[in-house]
Design a protein around this ligand. Structure first.
Ligand code: GTB
Length: 250
């Protein structure tokens, strides 16, 4: 079912990754593109994210949020699941296959992403922190363990469970975060190829271009997003370092 009203999401007004596609609005944009649902984007500054108007949408003062009529959602998992449940294209029709695809969404968010984020946050600590150098190899091992298991599960398949699903969208998004900061994925050729397959999807390309356009100031083409972005005030200079943690802080 395709819904009538056009949803609005929020994204960084000035993403610290300078349009590398690592902020979590990218995965939501990707889901919109996969189901061919036009959307609007409201850009928010770091300052505005912590103010009452945004906190009313997102209790933790983060992006992305999702608004559609009188429904407001936060958490990318919930937003993408909502989209997948209301549009064809991201979840199989058959009940068990659908449940398995949702399982992969949770696996990406709850099992694969946490050690990647922990490594990222540790990596960005000042190098003079005495335990930083000791901790990094421990976190690398933890990630390798997950990647090895994921690689074995994927095997020679194109996607995690039959056709491309919201589970693959989420898993590829999570792995892209790792690829940005480590060569570790090169050790798992089937996972590297899996990511490349995700990036090769036209829907991903449109989503990536749309988020990059916010940084470059150029409108992207081919996207169902009308690009009617409403700015809520500036919080970060465009030249800010990409060495930022989850919260966009250096
Ligand atoms: N669990 C939530 C979800 O999945 O929606 C997490 C949301 C989240 O972490 N949002 C981040 C945020 O709003 C942006 S995506 N941070 C601001 C804050 O907490 O104050 C995480 C992110 C941030 C920066 C980069 N980067 O610069 O490369 C990449 C990803």
């Amino acid at each position: 079912m395709t819904r009538q009203s056009k949803p609005t999401i929020t994204a960084f007004e000035s993403s610290p990754d300078k349009g590398a596609g690592l902020a979590r609005d990218t995965r939501v944009r990707w889901a919109f593109e996969e189901v061919d649902q036009p959307y609007d984007v409201r850009l928010v500054s770091f300052k505005a994210m912590k103010e009452p108007a945004h906190l009313a949408l997102h209790p933790f003062g983060q992006i992305p949020t999702y608004e559609e009529g009188d429904l407001a959602l936060f958490e990318t998992g919930a937003i993408i699941l909502h989209l997948a449940q209301h549009h064809a294209g991201l979840l199989p029709d058959e009940a068990n296959a659908r449940a398995r695809a949702i399982t992969w969404m949770f696996a990406a968010l709850n099992t694969v992403e946490p050690p990647i984020l922990e490594r990222e946050n540790t990596r960005l600590l000042p190098s003079e922190e005495p335990w930083r150098a000791q901790r990094m190899p421990i976190l690398d091992d933890r990630i390798r363990s997950r990647l090895g298991q994921l690689s074995a599960s994927l095997g020679d398949a194109e996607w995690l469970d039959g056709s491309f699903s919201a589970g693959d969208l989420m898993m590829v998004s999570v792995l892209l975060r790792l690829r940005n900061s480590s060569d570790m994925l090169d050790e798992y050729p089937n996972l590297s190829a899996y990511i490349v397959r995700g990036e090769a999807r036209q829907a991903y390309k449109r989503a990536f271009a749309a988020q990059l356009a916010v940084f470059t100031g150029k409108s992207s083409t081919g996207s169902p997003c009308t690009g009617s972005a409403l700015r809520q005030g500036s919080g970060l200079s465009p030249g800010a370092s990409t060495r930022t943690n989850e919260h966009g802080r250096k």
